[in-house]
Design a protein. Sequence first.
Length: 126
Amino acid sequence: MTISSQRIPLYLLTGFLGSGKTTLLNQWIKDPAFNKALVIINEFGETSLDHLLVSRSTEEQIVELSNGCICCTTRGDLVKTLTDISWRFSRNGIKSFDRVIIETTGLADPSPILSTLISNEKIFQQ
């Protein structure tokens, strides 16, 4: 599969603080179907913990956005990460991932995130 040959499935994992997002994420990435998932974790607090709680065999496919809430202050970081994703996480023109999972902070409103994903044509067409 070359870099631009297939659209990338994207999962937006959101919910209140303590609702089980990280637990569900850990279950997903243990499933062989999610073996090559790229995980983007949004941290809001001063001390980042979620990325430490996610069990992965490789840290190369975990991206942490920790400068604020992904629905407002770090939406630009999300856009940049998703825009650069095809070349940033590829080796010799082949993607090292087959899907993207975004785990939001428990404070995030999913509506602005979805709006950003859908309205940005470069991201939406990937």
